[in-house]
Design a protein around this ligand. Structure first.
Ligand SMILES: [Zn+2]
Length: 273
């Protein structure tokens, strides 16, 4: 695990974590081919178009990865795919259970409803549901597999800051590359099956518009939580409708400070001074 990360829960077979360093953008743009001929093809919008999964080059040779993408592309899926890739490598002695080969595949997902991407707890809730379904369905004696479900901050989500994504990662191990890939494929099928169930499960999410600021009074510095109200005519607060500046009264010391409610780091609005 990276330094800048925290493990949310860990059980045999699955690690769920959140990281605090933004590495990715949704959507991301393609790049020129690398010297080895491989290429980052950029985002392909599969939303509502599962029949186009065959266009995804990174998944071309993986029925399991295609199955995961197909579930994420389904019109009733609450999350969609942004990026995916897969690898196979000889990891030598580091492999669990004496297996030297590891095959891994990941899919970066995010909520179609941008507001839900602001609170990484929502991604963690999805991860817990995904894991619950996998744990119920998996036959752990069939193949050596592991899952890593990680909520990560995004640099940007369609131009908006303070959003997160959820990376779903399946790992399979074996004594040969073929065996490791077969293990990974079975792990990917478990993720796909879990996502199919997830679409039928009501999951609770929060549009986080409870923010916290730290009182600007140097002698106080108490946390002040405050709710942001929805705009007239809308049921949930819309980020873009927030005022750029907001005056907030500290109930502890009675001093009013000014904050930027649209500029938030780790759930805290940034003071104007
Ligand atoms: Zn105060």
């Amino acid at each position: 695990m990276m330094d800048d990360a925290e493990i949310v829960f860990q059980v045999p077979g699955c690690t769920t974590a959140r990281t605090f360093r933004a590495e990715t953008t949704i959507p991301y743009s393609g790049r020129d081919p690398r010297p080895d001929g491989t290429q980052n093809n950029g985002w392909f919008d599969l939303r509502g178009r599962p029949e186009l999964v065959s266009e995804i080059k990174e998944a071309a040779e993986s029925p399991g990865l295609q199955a995961v993408l197909r579930e994420l592309a389904a019109s009733d899926s609450i999350i969609f795919s942004s990026a995916c890739d897969r690898t196979v490598a000889n990891i030598g002695e580091r492999g669990p259970g004496g297996f030297h080969w590891e095959a891994g595949a990941f899919v970066v997902t995010a909520f179609a409803d941008a507001r839900l991407n602001r609170d990484s707890d929502n991604h963690i809730n999805v991860a817990k549901e995904v894991w619950k379904n996998i744990a119920a369905a998996a036959d752990w004696s069939a193949a050596p597999i592991l899952f890593e479900l990680t909520a990560e901050p995004l640099k940007l989500f369609f131009g908006q800051s303070d959003c997160h994504c959820l990376m779903l990662k399946a790992l399979g191990f074996g004594h040969s590359p073929e065996q490791a890939i077969a293990s990974m494929e079975s792990a990917l099928q478990l993720i796909a099956g879990s996502l199919r169930e997830l679409a039928d499960t009501p999951t609770e999410f929060e549009s986080r518009f409870v923010l916290t600021v730290t009182c600007l009074n140097p002698g106080c510095q108490k946390p002040i939580p405050f709710d942001l109200e929805p705009s007239p005519g809308s049921e949930v607060p819309v980020w873009e409708d927030l005022p750029t500046k907001l005056s907030i009264l500290c109930p502890s010391c009675g001093i009013t400070g000014e904050y930027y409610p649209r500029q938030v780091r780790r759930g805290k609005a940034i003071p104007t001074q």
